[in-house]
Design a binder for this molecule. Structure first.
Ligand SMILES: Cc1cc2nc3c(=O)[nH]c(=O)nc-3n(C[C@H](O)[C@H](O)[C@H](O)COP(=O)(O)O)c2cc1C
Length: 437
């Protein structure tokens, strides 16, 4: 366990936060934020005031159309649609801050390793080492269809392709060593060509012939995150990630997931400490009753169709085929095996859940558990889970924004700081400096 807790704020570049129908809430400004730099910069400055390690942009690049075989329910309720690109927001938030790290999801589906490396590394250079890359390989069939593929690549093969994708990215990064850069104004020599290693790669799935596109940053390469929790996904994470994200719906699931990740680390020769960041969704009010009332208010306006449209896309199975009031039955899927296992794992007390009950648990937060109560109660629960699991820290899922971020920073962070378990100032300059501290 780290000596201090690390905190990231999960965000998405769409009208809805993790909480479905959030765009209809009077407290929520994110819909307006889609056309306003100031919204994202307010969130960034608040998080930096609260000494957060960074933000983490999740991304659904295309509209789910698995539920009832159609994109209609997604579009009707604004479920993971519109699919605005988070990449410009990385620059927007970095420009408003000095220390805040900005993690962003970029899938290995639908882009080339060269283009991905160029975009991420440009932002990392521009922000002086404050960018992180959540490397996903596109669990959603919609993403593959949107990008011109006739059908979804099978689950494990997507990871094989992603391994090759990363092999090219590492070669592109290695292509321009620090000492190749001269920038000698007197001689006019920008770089020493004898030190540059052009890439010429031909693999089973991908090829690349290029010189590394960006300058090497003095703050190092972008920080690498990964979140696959199937067997194949964990192997990929152990080979490529510096920090691992996980979602589990309850403490027994978190403990089991930590155990599985430790076993995968041993099996795949992961060196160093395993840094696992778990998801939590705080709902903070001055009394417990108010906080519970808020959670109910958020939940009651979410139609079952909206929840099942998102959930069907994530697990890659049309859940309209199941009776919502019968215990959940297993199904085949080529989408996210890790999140499907969380869904099937129920409430952690061994009782089977109906689909309707499970949907209620997923509507606010994609399977991330709520921590509901006063600032003191929320801080207690964060500390308890951190100590019990030995996780590295938490990814916070907002309900409505920016008030979720404001509430946590203003009321919970000071308690964690007073207990000496969260930083009061940044340790270093780059995302890696702070997240690894
Ligand atoms: C905290 C967290 C955030 C994730 N964010 C994204 C995301 O933004 N985009 C995405 O395509 N997948 C995301 N995923 C899904 C995983 O990256 C992974 O692709 C998926 O679970 C399939 O891998 P698996 O079958 O190995 O579990 C996320 C998972 C977790 C735990």
């Amino acid at each position: 366990m780290s000596s201090k807790m690390h905190l990231l704020q999960m965000l998405v570049s769409t009208a809805t936060t993790h909480t479905l129908m959030s765009w209809t809430d009077p407290k929520d400004d994110q819909l307006g934020g889609l056309q306003d730099f100031a919204y994202w910069q307010h969130v960034a400055r608040t998080l930096e005031r609260g000494c957060f390690d960074g933000v983490f942009f999740a991304d659904s690049p295309a509209t789910h159309a698995v539920y009832k075989g159609s994109s209609v329910p997604s579009v009707q309720y604004g479920v993971s649609w519109p699919n605005h690109d988070p990449m410009p927001l990385v620059a927007t938030m970095a420009a408003a801050t000095k220390h805040l790290g900005i993690g962003v999801t970029l899938s290995t589906t639908g882009t080339t390793p060269y283009l991905a490396c160029r975009r991420i590394s440009t932002l990392n250079y521009l922000s002086r080492g404050r960018v992180g890359w959540n490397i996903v390989c596109g669990f959603s069939a919609a993403e593959q269809l949107a990008n011109g593929m006739a059908q979804q690549t099978p689950h494990d093969e997507r990871y094989d392709q992603a391994d090759e994708f990363m092999e090219i990215v590492y070669k592109l990064w290695d292509s321009v060593p620090d000492d190749a850069i001269l920038m000698n104004e007197a001689t006019g020599q920008f770089a020493d060509p004898s030190k540059i290693k052009p890439v010429d790669f031909k693999g089973k799935y991908l090829s690349c012939k290029a010189v590394g596109p960006t300058l090497p940053s003095k703050w190092g390469r972008p920080l690498r995150f990964q979140a696959g929790s199937s067997g194949r996904g964990m192997k990929f994470a152990m080979n490529h990630a510096e920090v691992i994200f996980a979602i589990q719906a309850h403490l027994p699931g978190m403990l089991k997931s930590m155990e599985q990740l430790r076993a995968a680390a041993a099996q795949h020769g992961h060196s160093g400490d395993l840094k696992v960041i778990l998801g939590l969704q705080p709902i903070v009010r001055s009394t417990e009753a108010e906080a519970r009332q808020r959670a109910e208010q958020l939940l009651e306006r979410i139609p079952l169709d909206a929840t099942l449209a998102r959930l069907s896309g994530i697990v890659g199975f049309d859940l309209s085929k199941l009776d919502p009031d019968q215990p959940m039955k297993d199904f085949d899927s080529q989408a996210s095996q890790g999140l499907k296992a969380v869904l099937m794992g129920g409430t952690g007390d061994g009782k089977a859940q109906t689909l309707r009950e499970a949907a209620n648990n997923w509507a606010l937060s994609v399977g991330i558990p709520q921590v509901i109560g006063t600032p003191e109660m929320v801080a207690d629960e964060f500390e308890r889970i951190w100590r019990a699991t030995g996780c590295y820290g938490f990814n916070l899922s907002p309900t409505t924004n920016p008030d979720s971020v404001d509430d946590f920073v203003d009321h919970v962070v000071p308690i964690l700081q007073k207990r000496g378990i969260f930083r009061t100032s940044y340790e270093g300059e780059s995302f890696r400096d702070n997240l690894m501290a």
